[in-house]
Design a protein around this ligand. Sequence first.
Ligand code: AMP
Length: 597
Amino acid sequence: MQILVLNAGSSSLKVDLLDSHSGERTAALRAERLCTPQASYRVDGLSIDLAGADHAAVLQAALPALTAHPIQAVGHRVVHGGPDFSRPTLLDTVVVSSIAALESLAPLHIPANLAGIRAAMELLPELPHIAVFDTAFHSTLPRRARSYAIPQALGYRRFGFHGPSHQYVSQLAAKHLDEDPRDLRIITCHLGNGASITAVEYGRSVETSMGHTPLEGLVMGSRSGDVDPGILMDMLRSGKSIDEVDTILNRGSGLAGLSGVGKDLRDIEDRAADGDEACRLAIQVLTHRLRKYIGAYAAVMGGVDAIVFTAGIGENSALVRHRVCQRLDFLGARFDEDKNRDAQVSRTTPVVELHRSNSRVRILVAKTDEARAIAGAVAKVASGGETLAENPPIPIGISARHIHLTQQAVETLFGPGYTLTERAPLSQPGQFACNETLTVVGLKRNIEKVRVLGPIRPKCQVEVSRTDEFFLGIDAPVRASGDVTNTPGITLKGPAGKLTLKEGLICAWRHIHMTPADAERYGVKHGDTVDVAINSKGRDLTFGDVMIRVKDSYALEMHIDTDEANAAQISRGDVGALVSSGQGGTLLRRRTNFDPA
Ligand code: AMP
C-alpha cells in the first residue's frame, strides 16, 4: 500500500510517501521554520521559499508533487494519545476533537499535529486518515510501571513515547535474529535528540523511561531527563518563574546544558577528544545513565536477550555504544569493539551485530524508520477494516484459580501411582476439573482447596488472580498459559506430601480460545492481541490486550480471571465482541454488532 505519512512539528513538517511493505520512498517533503518569514520546504530535490507559510500552505503548494502517485491512506504521527488511544485510530471529527482535548498533555506538539491533520483532511478528503500515537505501544505498561508514587487522584501516570520506533526496531531485531518477538526480552535504546529506553518483554512494552511527558528519563539533546523533583521546587522557591524552569529543563539542559556547546553530540565528542572537561562530563552522564537503565530493565524482565541501539546517536556514535556496553559481561552481553567501530546501518543493511559470537545477549544497531513504522500501522488499519466483517459474539468464561500438574507432581502430592479423577468437564474439549484440590502455600498466607485441572501437563503451573497474589504475598507476572520461564516458584501441599516448584506461578493473560476457522472469520492469528467490548449490566466496557490462542481442539471462549469478572460485574452467559484485531491493532472502534441480551 502507498501511504502518505505526516509528521507535523510546531515549526516543521515531514511528509513521506512510501510503500508500507517495502518501506521504499516515492516522495519526501521537508518543511522548516513554518509560520516565520524564513519558511521553506524541500521536495523532489528542489528548495522553495514560502515566507510565512503554515502547514496547510506548504501542503497545498507541494501536494501536486506528492500526489502524482496513487495514495491509499494517510497516516498522522500524534505525539500523545492520553489514556484512551491505545491503537492506531481512524480520524473523524469526533476523534479529532478528542485529540484536541489532550492538548494540556503535550501543549507544543498536539496543536502542531492537529494543524497537519486538519490541513491534510481538507486537501485529501477522499482518503482514510489514520492517527498513530507515540504513546500507544506503551499502553501495555503494567500498573506498577505506569504509576507514580503520588496520590493517584491527581491523575498523573507514565505514558511513554517514541512508541512506533521502539516497536519497529524491536520487531526488526527479532526478524534479524530469526526469532518471534514474543519469545524475546529486548531493551530498545532510542537515542536521538529526544531519547528513551524501553523494556519490550515478549513483544509488549513493560517499562519505558519517558513518563507523563517526554521530559523524564535519559539525558537528551536539550532535555534534562531524570532530576530530583526537589530541585524544581527549589528553583521555584528561589524566584524562578514556571516558564523559566520549563525552559531550563526542556531547552537548556541535557547535552546542551552539560556541555555548554549545544546539543549535537558530534561537536561534543570532538571537543571531549580535545580535552574539554564539560563535554567529557556530558558524555559520561549520558552513558552512565543509559547503563543504569539497561541494568534496571534487565532486572525488570528477569534477564535480557537483545539490546538494540537506534536513532541519531544510537545508530552513529560508536563512542556512546562502547561506553554503555563495556563490562556488561555479567549480564551475558559480550561486546565486540571492532564490530562496534565498523558498524554502519543503512536502509539496505538496517541491522548490524555488535556482540561476540559467544555472547548470550545479542547487541544490535538497528536503523529506525518512524515513517515506515507508521505506514505499517496505517496499512494494517486500512486493510484490517474488512477483517471484522464477521463478528459473532464470544462467550465469556470466568477462570477461577487452579493448578496444572505433571504426573510426577501428582504422585508426590497424592501418593505413588495416584491418578487424577474427573469431577466435571470444562468448556475446552478434553479438559476437566478434578476432584482433587491442594493448598497453595504463600509467604503471607495459604489458599486452601485450590482445584487441580486435568489432564496432566508437561509442566506444573499455578494460575491465580491479582487478589490471590497479594493474599499469598508473591508477585506473579502476567503470562500466557504454558509460559512459565522466569516465573516465581510456589509450594503446594497435598494429602501425601509437599512439593516446591522452582517456577510456575502466573497471573493468566486474558485470552480467547478459538479454532483456526474462527481465527479466519475474525481476521486474527495465534498470539495477536485484540480489544473486546462487553456490555454487562448495561455498562459498556472494553478489555484491551486480550491474547488470541488458536488450536484445532479449542472451543470459542474468552477467559478472564475472577478479579476481572468481579470488576466488570460479569457473570456466566455474558458475551463480548471484538472491536479491533491484529497485533499493533486496528483502529476500527466499530461499535459492536453484538446483542448483550
Ligand atoms: P535524531 O533525533 O534521531 O535525528 O538524532 C539527532 C542526533 O544524533 C544529533 O543531534 C546528534 O547528536 C546525533 N548524531 C547524529 N550523527 C552522529 C554521529 N555521527 N556521531 C555522534 N552523534 C551523532
